[in-house]
Design a protein around this ligand. Sequence first.
Ligand SMILES: [Zn+2]
Length: 268
Amino acid sequence: MAHLSEETLTLLALGEAGDPRSQEHVAACPDCAAELASLQRVVRAGRAEAPVLTAPGPGVWAAIHAELGLSDAVAADPLAGVRGDAADAAQDATGPADSTTAGDGAGSGGATVVELDARRRRPRRGVPYPLAAAAAAAALLVGGVSVWGAQRLGLEPEPTVLATAELEPLAGYTARGSAEVDERPDGSRQLVVRTDPADVDGFKEVWLLAPDAQRMVSLGVMAGEEGVFVLPENLDVGEFPVVDVSNEPIDGDPTHSGDSIVRGVLEV
Ligand SMILES: [Zn+2]
């Protein structure tokens, strides 16, 4: 009776259903069943982030690197620094020993590589842990690349700038600033205000003023040198086009202090 191939057993251990004949063979063949159980322990250990058994050899990274067509900048094996002499020795052997897997409890803490029990294995076996590690590393890598790539490529939608303003200092101040009205992807608008540092006795408050500077809308408190304020949906910026940042004493009076730090008119 021909035993199952290493590939078939590995796939079964990774949870693939396999064909019925493979399942039947495992059910009937103690040798393959034992091998499968061993591989499953390795897979469980890998998925549980159990102590590292042996670091994959340099060839594993080289294969990932080649398969994914990565640049020369990342050609160096990222695990080269963590692979000690013991792991190198283990790499030459047939694979991780059963006693290093997660099910063995207290003795398995740490990254100790224990003596391999090569006698119980057919020499061609033993690839699974590096294989599983390589698969996990590739998944992590691809995941990382895709997140990085999305940011790099600017796939997150940028807001549309509807209007901008240069903010000039008012009497008693030297700080300057800028403001812009953005339309966000969901259609809402926000006012982004930036100012140079300024001495304030209380706090900074951001307003949109009518041209007569008599009517105004408070957008809120500005902490630091930049603030983002959501504009009310029905607010007509054309009616209140003047951006104003005031110095407000904490006096309980909600009206504008009359002490403005910077001011500027929004230009579409
Ligand atoms: Zn068999």
